[in-house]
Structures are given as C-alpha cells and as structure tokens.
Design a protein around this ligand. Structure first.
Ligand code: PEP
Ligand code: MG
Length: 589
C-alpha cells in the first residue's frame, strides 16, 4: 500500500483490485465486533449447563447457516452459497468440538471462553501463514467463532442492519455472512484492510457485481463513518475525501459505466457481426470458475481464455485430477454449445504456488515458466491434461498452451497429450479424441515462426500482455516505464498482422486473449487485420461488440492499412482516438 497523494485531506490508498467498477459514496464502517469473553472459572456444579449451552449454540449456528446458505443460493447463486460449506464443516469438526468440551469439563472454562480459546489456537496457526489462500480462510474461522459465541451469549444483535442509506462498506475484514447480511441494493462497494483476490469479499463482490478493493491495510483506521470515499475497483485504489475535480472526473467515468451497463441488455444477445456480415467470435477471459455468471450475463459466446493457474495458487497441495476435472466441467457445462479454451498452467514469473518449488531466479519472466515447467514436470502436466480431456465430453473444450517459444515445445506437448489420451482410452474413461489444441503467441520467436507453428495446431491465440513486454523489452508490471508499454506500437501492430496472416495461410483461426482485445481503441484495427476471435474481460464484452457491430469490415481494413503506415504509437493513438470520438461518442475511450 502506498499513499500517493495528499491534498487538503484528500488522499489515495493503493490496494488490490478485487472487483471492477467505480463507487462513490459515504463510508459505512464495520468495526470488528469485539467478542467479550467471560474468563472467570465456572463452578463444577454449573459445568453441565455450560456443555448444554455450547451444544445448543452449535445447533443454532448450524440452523442459522443453513438458512443463510439457502438465501444466498436464491439471491446470488448456488456457487456463492458454497462458501458456507466450510463453515458447516467447522461446526461439525470433531476435534474442535472435543477440545472445547474438554476445556469446559477439565479446565472449568465457560462455554464461550472454551470455544474462543480453541478457535483462537487454529486461527493463530493460519495467521502465521503468508499464503494468501490461508489468509482468506482466517475469515471463515472468525465468522464461525463469532457466530457460535453470539449464540452462547444469547446476543442476536445484527449490527449490519444499521446500514440505512446506500454506502460503501469499509472494514478490516469481511466474513461471508457479513457480506450477505447486507442489503445488496444498499451496498455500493467494498474496501477492506485485509484480503486479496482469493478472499471471500472479493469473490462475493464479483458475483454481486459491485466494485471492491482489498488489502488496503490501514483504511479502516483512517476513515470515519460518513466520510466520502471513491472505490476504483479497476485500478485497485480508494480515494478518501476526494476533491471536487476528482469527484467530477469519477462521476463522469461512473456515468459511462452505467450507460454501458444499460446498453448491455440490448446488445447482449445480438450476434457479434460487422455491418457487412463478417462474424467474429467474442468470448470472455476467466480466472475463477465463479466468474462464469458474469461472463454469461455480459453476453460471452464461450470462454477464450481460462487461466487455470489459480487452481494451483489457491491450494497448498497440487490440485488433483478429480478437483481439476470438477472445476473445468463446471465451466464447460455452463457453455455446452460454445468453445471453452482452457489454458494449461502458466506458473512461474510472478505466480508461485506452494506445491511446486520454483527457485528464485534473476529474471523470472524469462525463466522457468508456464510450458517450461509443464514439460519438465510431466507428472503434473499429465494430471492437468487428463482432467481437461475428461471435461471435454461436456462441450467444446480446447487446450491452449502458454509461453511457447519453439516448435519443439509444441511437439513435446502433443506427445504428452497423446500419452494422456491413451491412458484414458485404456482406462475406458470417455473424452473427445479430436480436442483442438492451440498455442499462445506471446513470445516474439513464436510470432516469427507463426506459419510453422500454425501447421502443428488448430488455432493461435495472441497474448499481447506478454508479447508487448517481450517485443518492446518493457516489463509489464513496472510503473516507472509504463509509458513505454504500448500495444498500439507500430512494431506490435506489424507483428500482430503477420501472425494473423501466417495463421490464415495455414488454415487456422487466430484469436487474441491479451488485454489489447479489451481496448476499444484497438478494436477496429484488429477487425481490419482479420482477427477471428476477441477474448476479453467480461465487463468489456458489450462495448467491444458494439464497436464490431458498427463497422463494415472493408472500412476496418482501410483503418488498419492507414494505421500500419504510422511510425509511432502516439500517432496511432491520436488517429484512433479521433475516429472513435467521431463515430462512438457514446463509448468509454
Ligand atoms: C497474455 O500474456 O497476453 C495473456 C493473456 O496471458 P497472461 O496475462 O496470463 O500472462
Ligand atoms: Mg501471458
């Protein structure tokens, strides 16, 4: 977290972008409910009553959770309701129950005191873990602890019902039950000191489609109830006491967002087709399977990139074949008639799972990454390929291999795939034997060899996020040189054009799943260059579709030709901004 700017009480805190969108409102401050525990020793004659109190509280908590779970399932969906499964399991955990009962009977502790100490012990163990996933589980423990103690003490105050008008919720942390107790219509966004993209508040915010920023560390101690706050869930920052200029700027941005949302209902079910009838595939990028709903509601025709990396990052152990099969199947079943492109793990770089030891490297983004790990750790790759193959029976699954830099790697991947297929065949496990295999073109060597690579695969998907960083030698995460990171750089455009031509000459389709596909300034150029598929962040789907539906393919070709004559990214940007302002006044650019 950094404090970027201080101006007449207005300041900015940077955290982790947990859910997109913009909210401007007053703060509703959820102070951590301090649990008051009576630590006085209980008379032996009263111990049985304490045991009874504890058992009753557990039962009430279970009933309450079940009701809550049903409510969430109805309001938000089955997927989100599963969050409470962990809580039910904790309430049934025999070790927790036994330890608490022992502490009552043998140490003369009150029911509340005994349960608090037991839960605190497990919480401390998780507190010591630096793994984001475990940090996320702490809120499960706290939630259960608070719920049971509330029932032991007979305290049913629902502090969240204090929320009267609309507000943004600021809290140190938010448990899932906190989140769902809130009236969705009144909650405009979340900002929390703790948590990250794996925490419940992030997952819930995304499915509630409200912006959220997590990991703000000190926010809850810096704001007061009723303070004005802007949550920028796209940039992962909050602005406290914004000045008039900032407010005006964000209100404008927010209005644009609302307009896009409104157009959504009109454009969502329309085909993605140019004015003169050229059909273009428009699919969504996914990182978590729980984002499937958002992709569907924004009108995605399938998934163009499912980043399976998070399955590995979310767990201490390697995800099993069964776990992966379930996760992939869940997505495929949501899109039974559309392509679902599952990218094999792209670990390394800045993605370090606990289960695979990736030693520190001088240049991790040029190091042991993605397919390089898959090909060395055949065992792990085999499990993933088997799981993807098994999920392929439910729809139109395609496999996408990241970070390919040579032909040899593709051939080795294909050998690994054949091995997984023959194993499944021998085990009589069904799969689609003709599953399509594609590669990401995100390394310049692969781009230059695109014609040869295309002969070996069924499709190419251009990963501009990495391609731009490797082609322009600009670290994609380095703020200091961010001004050099430009996907409208003439060298990038020329390379994209050549990749598409090479793919088409070999008879394969070419898509793009890098962020450039979500940039409205680039859409007409990419249509003109004959890109077959755009895979974009769900929020941008309607906007990109709107642009595609408003142009003749031949006109887009003329624009692309003109743009390729420019010498600098700045010229391209200016030219495209002019075109977009003239023709798409109503879109965010
Ligand atoms: C890319 O590099 O463009 C891409 C889509 O992959 P990632 O952002 O996951 O590296
Ligand atoms: Mg990449």
């Amino acid at each position: 977290m950094t404090t970027n700017h201080k101006n007449q009480g207005s300041f900015v805190l940077k955290g982790i972008a947990a859910s997109p969108g913009i909210a401007i409102s007053k703060v509703f401050l959820l102070r951590g409910e301090a649990v008051k525990i009576d630590t006085t020793q209980v008379e032996s004659s009263e111990l049985e009553a304490e045991v009874q109190k504890f058992n009753n509280a557990i039962q009430k908590a279970k009933n309450e959770l079940r009701a809550l779970q049903n409510r969430v399932a109805q309001r938000i969906g089955q997927e989100s309701a599963k969050i409470f499964d962990v809580h039910q399991l904790l309430l049934e955990d025999s070790i927790i129950i036994e330890e608490t009962l022992d502490a009552i009977k043998k140490e003369n502790k009150s029911a509340g005191h005994a349960f608090y100490d037991t839960m605190q012990k497990y919480q401390n163990t998780l507190d010591e873990s630096s793994v984001e996933y475990f940090q996320g589980r702490i809120s499960d423990l706290k939630d259960v602890k608070r719920r049971v103690i509330r029932h032991i003490q007979g305290d049913r105050t629902d502090y969240l019902s204090k929320l009267e008008g609309s507000a943004v919720i600021v809290a140190r942390d938010l448990t899932p039950s906190d989140t769902v107790m809130l009236d969705k219509r009144k909650v405009l966004g979340f900002a929390t000191d703790l948590g990250g993209r794996f925490s419940h508040v992030a997952i819930m915010a995304r499915s509630m489609e409200v912006p959220a920023v997590a990991g703000l560390r000190r926010l809850s101690s810096l704001v007061q109830e009723g303070d004005r706050l802007i949550i920028d869930g796209n940039a992962g920052k909050v602005i406290i006491h914004p000045d008039e200029k900032t407010l005006t700027q964000y209100r404008r941005l927010q209005e644009k967002y609302y307009e896009v949302e409104q157009r959504l209902s009109i454009i969502r079910d329309l085909p993605c087709i140019t004015l003169d009838g050229k059909e273009i595939e428009l699919s969504a990028n996914l990182e978590f399977s729980d984002e499937v709903e958002s992709a569907k509601s924004h009108g995605a025709n399938g998934i163009g990139l499912y980043r399976s990396d998070y399955i590995y990052l979310a767990k201490k152990d390697l995800p099993t074949e069964e776990e992966q099969f379930e996760e992939y199947s869940k997505i495929v079943k949501e899109f039974p008639n559309d392509p679902v492109i599952i990218r094999t793990m792209d670990l390394g770089g800045d993605k370090h799972p606990q289960s695979i030891l990736i030693p520190p490297e001088e240049n991790p983004f040029l190091g042991w990454r993605a397919v390089r790990i898959s090909l060395e750790r055949e065992d792990i790759f085999n499990v993933q390929l088997r799981a993807i193959l098994r999920a392929s029976v439910f729809g139109n699954v395609k496999i996408l291999i990241p970070m390919i830099s040579s032909l040899q790697e593709i051939l080795e991947c294909k050998t690994a795939l054949e091995k997984a297929k023959s194993e499944l065949r021998e085990e009589d496990i069904p799969f689609n034997p003709d599953i399509d295999v594609g590669v990401m073109i995100e390394v310049p060597s692969a781009a230059l060899l695109a014609d040869k690579i295309a002969r070996e695969v069924d499709f190419l998907s251009i990963g501009t996020n990495d391609l731009v960083q490797y082609l322009l030698a600009v670290d994609r995460g380095n703020e200091r040189i961010a001004y050099l990171y430009k996907h409208l750089h003439p060298a990038v455009l020329r390379m994209i054009k050549d990749i598409i031509i090479a793919g088409h000459q070999q008879g394969v389709w070419v898509g793009m799943c890098g962020e450039m596909a979500s940039d409205p300034l680039a859409t007409l150029i990419l249509v003109g260059l004959d890109l077959d598929e755009f895979s974009v962040s769900p929020f941008y789907l309607p906007e990109i579709k709107k642009i595609i539906r408003s142009v003749d393919h031949s006109e887009a070709e003329r624009i692309a030709e003109r743009v390729l004559e420019f010498e600098t990214a700045c010229e391209v940007e200016k030219f495209m901004t002019r075109i977009m302002r003239k023709n798409f006044k109503d879109l965010i650019i």
